[in-house]
Design a protein around this ligand. Structure first.
Ligand SMILES: NC(=O)c1ccc[n+]([C@@H]2O[C@H](COP(=O)([O-])OP(=O)(O)OC[C@H]3O[C@@H](n4cnc5c(N)ncnc54)[C@H](O)[C@@H]3O)[C@@H](O)[C@H]2O)c1
Ligand SMILES: [Zn+2]
Length: 361
């Protein structure tokens, strides 16, 4: 089973190929002829899929770069490791980087591709649900800075995204569920009907029913592609994809990544719903609806009681979207009706955080 979508941008069109069991490289073969390939992966994914993916490029000179696993390795050091390897193997702008891994490997490889010789081609082969439905699509690349998540980066689109849903079979359940957090995000932004679809198919999704999983991935890639096509560089509507993320990134940083990205986004969306209700944009039912669906996938809906709310707020102030101490956040007028809210005060955020902490009702 296979679905192919295209993402059409001013700089060119690229395919997202979603296959149930293959790494569908054949469509790209012509464009790769004579090129050197470097596959970037990490030490968890390498033993699982590196040999199989290397074999896809038979006939090419293939190099590997294996970075460390985890958000603490989404760093300038790992990015430099990739560049050092490109230098050592004498890659030039016409060669190709391939990412093989979750969102972290996808983001870092994309950033290495964006920066090596001012930009080279790369192919995304995402192997987590989160990366397949979100991180690998749309061209946002980057690494973390100690001051915060994704503070260093560039927009750089891949030449293709190759999704092989079979790779999800080796993914731990907690990571799979974290990916569902981002799927629920699309429902919250502008897809109320998708909320019902996720609700109806809960069990089939958890069981990784092949047909349902392919449909889930294809739907999410279509949602994301449509947003990116209308606003590639986030000058307007693309910001909606940050629903739950300003809170979420701060939660990741303040807890030193004790929450997975999708888990932090889950709590962040609950906070966004709470703040929306607090400011009178929607009723309290929106928070409840989100919580019900998130909990169905074992996702957290409350922040750990030990995290000082004030620390979280301080980190949110360091976010890219704060002007004169007033925050710009994605809020909701209803489920599937997200909007960009400007000028939100610190006190309102603090009250929201406190009402979404364990021990509160
Ligand atoms: N660029 C974007 O638009 C965008 C969008 C959303 C998220 N992100 C970024 O993505 C990152 C999160 O991505 P993630 O959730 O994929 O995390 P991740 O990359 O850390 O992967 C999760 C874990 O699963 C392992 N893994 C990967 N594939 C596997 C497989 N098939 N089987 C077994 N284990 C496997 C990884 O090594 C890791 O330990 C964050 O840094 C976030 O900022 C970027
Ligand atoms: Zn995200």
């Amino acid at each position: 089973m296979r679905t192919e979508l295209n993402i059409e941008l001013p700089g060119g069109t690229y395919p997202i190929i979603i296959d149930a069991s293959q790494f569908a490289i054949s469509a790209l073969k012509n464009r790769l002829s004579g090129k050197k390939i470097m596959i970037v992966t990490n030490d968890v994914v390498a033993p699982l899929y590196l040999q199989e993916v290397t074999d896809l490029f038979a006939g090419h000179q293939v190099h590997h770069c294996v970075v460390g696993d985890g958000e603490n390795h989404k760093s300038v050091d790992s990015w430099l490791q990739i560049l050092d390897e490109l230098a050592r193997c004498q890659f030039n702008r016409s060669d190709v980087l391939v990412s093989l891994g979750g969102g972290i490997v996808c983001d870092m490889t994309g950033f290495a591709a964006a920066s090596w010789m001012r930009g080279m081609d790369f192919i995304q082969i995402p192997t987590t649900l989160l990366a397949q439905i979100d991180a690998s699509v749309g061209g946002k690349t980057g690494v973390n800075h100690p001051a915060g998540k994704n503070l260093i980066g560039a927009f750089h689109q891949p030449m293709a995204v190759l999704i092989n849903a079979r790779t999800l079979k080796s993914l731990p359940a907690r990571e799979f569920n974290a990916g569902i957090g981002e799927a629920i995000k699309y429902a919250g932004i502008n897809q109320p009907e998708f909320y019902n679809w996720l609700n109806i198919h809960q069990q089939a999704i958890r069981d990784q029913d092949e047909e349902i999983l392919l449909e889930l991935i294809a739907r999410c890639c279509r949602f994301k592609a449509a947003v990116v096509e209308s606003d590639e560089k986030e000058q307007g509507i693309r910001a909606l994809l940050n629903l739950g993320h300003t809170f979420g990134h701060a939660i990741e940083t303040v807890t030193d990544y004790a929450y997975l990205h999708g888990e932090a986004v889950a709590v962040g969306m609950v906070m966004a719903a709470e703040l929306s209700a607090q400011l009178g944009h929607c009723g309290s039912d929106i928070r409840k609806m989100l919580e019900n669906l998130l909990q169905a996938f074992d996702l957290p809906i409350m922040l750990d009681a030990n995290v000082p709310a004030e620390d979280l707020l301080q980190l949110m102030k360091a976010d890219k979207k704060v002007i004169n101490d007033r925050h710009r956040l994605i809020l909701m007028k209803g489920l599937g009706a997200a909007f960009i809210a400007e000028g939100i005060a610190n006190e309102d955020i603090l009250t929201t955080i406190e009402s979404c902490q364990e021990g509160q009702s």
